[in-house]
Design a protein around this ligand. Structure first.
Ligand code: NAD
Length: 243
């Protein structure tokens, strides 16, 4: 299948879902989990850092890992792929829904409305345990999470960690969008993390995978486009562009 044929599917589809993963932001300079572990962190697997258990056992270490990722994400910008999606949504209000596993906020910064962020946003934080009346975050020492001076409750990144439930409202809305869409573009995800990956299996619409590598969802695809998000999405979504 060629990008030109998929452009035709985009033109025909009244409802489109774009499901994105870490590869969507790779060309903005945000490493995927596979690429993220370098330097000091080379000996840790994300699955061992991004859990409640890890945070309770080593709060400062996990907080520091997130602090570095937050700093890095604050410095990058949406790429041509994020911008092509947002521009399509502006030209065709209500026709395309973004469902993302990313926590970097780049779709929102590109101008996409109503992004369904299944795994939260790394810029936000919340209480680790249900807050009590005393809970008031104290300024932390560098490299430690803010805590309540009275009960010790900690602030934690407001992202969905491995083993945690996804936000119910976003997951339900994403499930409905997937069930109703006529075309789903699955961009930059390995398709290994559920329930997000299940959305590509639950749709009755056409499924197109945009990824330079093989994914676990390839068997569910009507078309595989081997290429990157920033190169292919403008080609697929910008009607004015010459193929
Ligand atoms: P993953 O790291 O498991 O897989 C990344 C996928 O992106 C791979 O299939 C790779 O081939 C592909 N890819 C790499 N460069 C690409 C490009 N330029 N264009 C298109 N595809 C490209 O990521 P995942 O499937 O999203 O799952 C891992 C989990 O990690 C998710 O839950 C996600 O929330 C989290 N995560 C998020 C970010 C972020 O917010 N930017 C970064 C790392 C991890």
């Amino acid at each position: 299948m060629t990008p030109q044929a998929v452009r035709e599917w985009v033109r025909e589809a009244r409802r489109i879902v774009v499901l994105t993963g870490a590869g969507m932001s790779a060309e903005s300079g945000v490493p995927t989990f596979r690429d993220a572990q370098s330097g000091l962190w080379a000996n840790f697997r994300p699955e061992e850092l991004a859990t409640e258990q890890a945070f309770r056992a080593h709060p400062s270490m996990v907080w520091e890992w997130y602090a570095l990722r937050r700093e890095m994400i604050a410095k990058v910008a949406p790429n041509a792929g994020h911008l092509a999606i947002a521009a399509f949504q502006q030209r065709h209000p209500g026709r395309l829904a973004v469902v993302t596993q990313n926590v970097d906020g780049l779709h929102q910064r590109a101008g996409s409305p109503g992004v369904l962020a299944l795994h939260g946003n790394i810029a936000d934080d919340r209480w680790l345990d249900a807050p009590r009346a005393c809970c008031d975050a104290q300024a932390p020492e560098a490299g430690t999470p803010p805590r309540c001076a009275t009960c010790g409750n900690l602030r934690r990144p407001a992202v969905v960690w491995f083993g945690e439930m996804l936000p119910a409202a976003e997951l339900e809305a994403a499930g409905e969008a997937a069930a109703r869409c006529e075309l789903m573009l699955v961009v930059g995800t390995s398709g290994l993390v559920y329930p997000a990956a299940g959305l590509a299996r639950s749709t009755r619409g056409r499924v197109v995978i945009v990824n330079p590598g093989a994914t676990d969802l390839d068997d569910a695809a009507d078309a595989l486009l081997a290429g990157t998000a920033a190169a292919l999405l403008p080609l697929l979504l910008d009607e004015e562009r010459n193929p």
